[in-house]
Design a binder for this molecule. Structure first.
Ligand SMILES: C[S@@+](CC[C@H](N)C(=O)[O-])C[C@H]1O[C@@H](n2cnc3c(N)ncnc32)[C@H](O)[C@@H]1O
Length: 235
């Protein structure tokens, strides 16, 4: 569902030209990220530097290395403030970011403008109802977003990613994963307990081969990083 395709950097100026109803869950998500958008980049930049202190531990760095600079059209689903979008836009590729939160998108647009990027665009859209044509994108990325969704919306979002991805295209999903280091796993579990509902613990044990296989993807690899992983699959 395209909620608002306005490119304004000020979320207050975005129209509410919604083409369909917004669910209570979506409203809660938008509200959560309205508050969080102010500190998101600073907090996560700091946290990620502490946790992913070597490049090979950092799933975002691993993701960026995997995507060639090859005139690709890339969709960043749940792009937030555009962390991945902007990292991938240092190339000839064209990046389209979508997110529910107008406040996170406003940050992404502002950062892209400050960097003088002309190959990015950001749209307010629900991952469960993506307003693009079938097979529009060569590559889809989505980082640290699927764990935020209940199981059924997550499956719907993955089906939408499958629909808009070209045949032979690749999908890269970065999200939390189990950690081998016992002390870090203990700290990570405590963080999850404080920050998220119980279902996030179940998310860590999902069978990605089955989930993605049932939708029509072929799982290529799951690369373990620190407290996270990069799931790579092909359509
Ligand atoms: C933890 S942030 C991750 C943002 C970004 N991908 C990153 O790695 O920094 C999760 C993002 O998912 C977005 N989100 C959650 N559910 C969504 C949905 N159903 N459709 C679109 N965006 C959604 C939130 O608004 C938020 O910006």
């Amino acid at each position: 569902m395209a909620l608002d395709l306005c490119q304004s950097e000020d979320p207050k100026k975005t129209t509410t030209a919604e083409r369909g109803p917004v669910s209570e869950n979506d409203r809660q998500m938008i509200s959560k990220y309205k508050v969080f958008s102010r500190s998101y980049d600073n907090v996560f930049y700091l946290l990620e530097r502490l946790v992913f202190w070597k490049d090979e531990m950092d799933p975002r760095a691993v993701l960026v290395r995997k995507i060639p600079d090859d005139d690709l059209s890339i969709l960043d689903v749940c792009c937030g403030t555009g962390r991945d979008s902007l990292a991938l836009a240092k190339s000839n590729n064209t990046i389209t970011g979508i997110d529910l939160s107008p406040h996170m998108l406003a940050r992404a647009r502002k950062k892209a403008r400050m960097k003088g990027l002309t190959n990015t665009s950001f749209h307010q859209m629900n991952a469960t109802e993506v307003g693009f044509q079938d097979q529009e994108f060569d590559v889809i990325v989505s980082s640290f977003a699927l764990h935020e969704m209940d199981y059924e919306p997550m499956i719907t979002a993955l089906k939408e990613m499958h629909r808009v991805l070209k045949k032979g295209g690749r999908i890269y999903l970065v999200d939390y994963g189990r950690e081998d280091h016992p002390v870090l796993q203990w700290v990570f579990s405590a963080y999850l307990k404080i920050s998220y509902p119980q279902r996030v613990h179940e998310f860590l044990d999902y069978d990605w081969n089955k989930i993605l296989g049932d939708i029509g993807f072929r799982l290529d690899a799951i690369e373990k990083c620190r407290v996270s992983r990069l799931i790579c699959a092909m359509k």
